[in-house]
Design a protein around this ligand. Sequence first.
Ligand code: FAD
Length: 385
Amino acid sequence: METADVVIVGGGIVGSSIAYHLTEAGCAKVLVVERETHQGKGSTGKSMGGVRAQFATPVNIQMSLYSIPFYASFDERLGHPAGYKPQGYLFVATSERHLEYLRTNQEKQKALGLTTARMVSGDEITSRFPQLRADDVVGGSFCSTDGFVDPYSAMVGFMTRAAESGARLWRNAEVTAIHADSRGVTSVETTRGPVATRTVVNAAGPWAAQVAKLAGVDLPVEPLRRMLVPTEPFDQFPHTAPMIIDMSNGFHFRPESLGFLLAWNDPEETPGFKTDFEPGFIEKVLTRAAGRVPCFENLAVNPKRAWAGLYEMTPDHHPILGPVAAVPGLFLANGFSGHGVMHAPATGKILSDLIVHKKCDLVDARLLALDRYREGRLIEETAVL
Ligand SMILES: Cc1cc2nc3c(=O)[nH]c(=O)nc-3n(C[C@H](O)[C@H](O)[C@H](O)COP(=O)(O)OP(=O)(O)OC[C@H]3O[C@@H](n4cnc5c(N)ncnc54)[C@H](O)[C@@H]3O)c2cc1C
């Protein structure tokens, strides 16, 4: 029978980062099992690639404070581009309540060591971006080290480097069972045969609850559709712009290629494995786009280029990371609630530390443990896009 020290279920950006961090920590007998013929067919290939440290909870901020500098030095460290563009995130507030919220968050971010975030006035926003409708803008916050990465490229970089250090990737192989004895995990069944292992990591993205079920674990992770609309080339708004978030309704956009990538989280969306793009979404997002950026009235969009993907939502919008007490040897890296790309480096480090050293210094891992739901220790993150 095949053997591995660690089997990682899922070869998206999270599984790949864990494989990389494990091999860096000296654990070379790592096997990543991916059921698709190619990596990136899950959420990773559908992502908007935004990375930010402007969060409301310490644990999310800490994960970004590891991940963003990691992305900034990715090319150097891994010899592969992550495509990090530090163009920033600009939150645009249209009410005093939102402005106060940004201010409070920024105090937390600064207390944890973020030096690149600052509050901006309404005048500064409108003088930098006169294309924005500004009559209701009261100010905002900007962080210059926030920005975007290329999720697919980062995923390939992590996996390539892990493979160079001994990790293996099985494509076109699905994990169909997880076996355990009284001491914990013993093996997994895959469509390519069984693998004996004492450690399994669930990195199955939106399918994480199904994989957890294979070990008899109930995991509160639900898929939720998110849609993105890329525009045709458009030069009436600067391509050096940050991710801009209109806090009045959640519409956000960023430059992409010669055009822009438009996003809005439809509050009417319901959980489920829906990956079809809903054509009616185009009008919804364009209405909000033109409402904040009047020249976006002239945007051209080819509906065939728009796409949908799945967020992996948890009840408190925080990931579920670390060991499962009831099944020794089973680890979770799930439920990123829209932040799995930006938090993939930190997740790799946390999981590798927990597996290899049984402890982790980056964050208080107990906060993110599955047990928090049973014990009623939820952590609410309100800065979810
Ligand atoms: C439209 C959209 C926009 C987003 N924007 C952002 C953003 O701006 N910033 C950000 O940080 N995040 C963003 N996200 C979220 C981010 O993409 C995800 O959180 C992240 O990609 C999760 O990575 P993953 O590796 O856990 O999951 P995935 O990439 O889904 O990988 C999981 C893999 O597991 C495999 N798998 C599942 N079951 C099995 C099995 N039984 N056996 C073997 N393999 C299995 C799947 O085939 C898949 O390849 C966005 C997501 C969407 C959909």
